[in-house]
Design a protein around this ligand. Sequence first.
Ligand SMILES: Nc1nc2c(c(=O)[nH]1)N[C@H]1C(S)=C(S)[C@@H](COP(=O)(O)O)O[C@H]1N2
Ligand SMILES: [Mo]
Length: 553
Amino acid sequence: MKLRNVRFGALVGALLTAPMMALMYFADKWLDLSFTPFDVFDWIARILPGPVVTFGIDLMIDGIGLVGASVADTAKTAEQIMGLMMFLIGGIVLTAVVFAIVETRGRSSRGDGLGLLVGAVVGIPIAIITANIGQSSVNVAFNFLWPLLLFLTWGGASVASARKLIFGIAPWGVSGEDEGEERSVTVVDRRQFLVRMGVATATITVAGAGLGRVLATSERQQFEAELEAMREKMPDSQPMVELPNENDPLKPALGTRPEYTAVRDHYKVFIRSQPTMIEEAGWTLPITGMVDNPLTFRLQDIMERYEARSQFVTLTCISNRVGGDLISTTYWTGASLQHILAEVRPQAGATHLDITCGDGFHETVALDLIASDPRVMLAYAWDGRPIPFDHGFPLRIWLPDLYGMKQPKWITGIEVVGEEGYRDGYWVQRQWDKVARIRATSVVDTVAVDSVIENGDQKLLPIGGIAFAGARGISKVEVRVDNSPWQEAQLRSPLSETTWVIWRYDWPFDAGNHAFEVRCVEADGMPQIEEYNPPRPSGATGIHQKAQLIESS
Ligand SMILES: Nc1nc2c(c(=O)[nH]1)N[C@H]1C(S)=C(S)[C@@H](COP(=O)(O)O)O[C@H]1N2
Ligand SMILES: [Mo]
């Protein structure tokens, strides 16, 4: 096998795979067919063993951290880029393999059939994946046939290109007559062929991706308009304007993260490469299983039949590093699950809710937990507006004190089950903590060198940040500069008993390079864990530290 032919194969592979991806993207945005490259990526993420996926997630988060980017902003984009690259590289490798096969079979073998065969061998499994896990409102048959059609085309085109570039047999030209002849391929021939192919495939790629992009923008706007219309129908439809601790005299040190996260800045985590778009019109929530009164709710029912409950909530992800940004605070509104369950009436022997979601995610919630806490809610609003699509529209659950991994969004079904029907949730099946109770953490957000306070002849440097212990509350935060003794910080009253607390310590500073550390104590006196633990299986622990050079003024 000639290296040159493998290189031609790789080049042709890139030239064929790029327009294929662009066409897939265009069809996704135009006809709502599923986008196969992401489906393949998501499928792999789903079937890989838990520890491998966890390793991948951690590698990605640490990598993003290393280059100093925000994990909350960047992780999804990084995943999508990986998904696209994987597909493209797969296409390049497979096409190179096709070239090798064509070369091995020799010039005299007829090419017909081979293209369709490789197209089918590669395309059928991939089409099955898309049809099964793809997100699309279109009939599965189309989600199977569309990628298959593209793969058959790829197969045909790659075999034809191989025969042309290796043996000089004109694509689609019948070669029967030439077969015996010594036809040599000239460099000019090849170059001409590749240039033509490059122009054609680049045109398709740019057109497909460009049009897809335009359609994607208008789709997004349409969804947003729908959400805005939903908002009118909501019982509690005022976005938060005044926060309950507005008058607290303790103001955050300059540079502390916003106490109330703007919804667009709320961190996002979900198992797929794209958020799950659920349209309200076609959505209902069946609550079935071991109940006396199975019911199917529309969103309207949940909003109108039950008293609306609202709560300031800090949500955090078990993947968050100490000091990381996978933690945010907003105002949740929904219906207490106690009220809803009172109506469906779980039967004797029922122990859990098995909650399923539009993206294939699932979790189980113990009925005991719901019975013990009226705050557990099925939430339909954040910040007084319908929950954004990225965050679980139309409905998600809130479970105080637990990491996000236990809290399904995009809920599509709830089944009441007993010990028999119990199964572990999505991440528990992948060996993450079964309870996933939030671990206490505290963070130095800022050493506010630009807002030094002059107090007589003393100068104070505000240091500040957050502390959070789920629904358990914070009683004390302490700061240590270099290796001097721990000093108690001041606490701002939190937005609620289930949000983070803002702390501040005004330090009589001296210039130099300093290290600032923070630790906290829960309301019941339990200190945070100071030893380092990685995020898995049970959540990161350790002391957060920030180093800062302070210039003498
Ligand atoms: N359906 C569904 N719900 C889900 C997830 C998911 O992937 N799918 N991820 C969970 C995890 S791990 C977290 S941390 C939170 C994140 O919620 P957010 O993206 O709205 O911040 O959603 C939880 N609920
Ligand atoms: Mo998470």
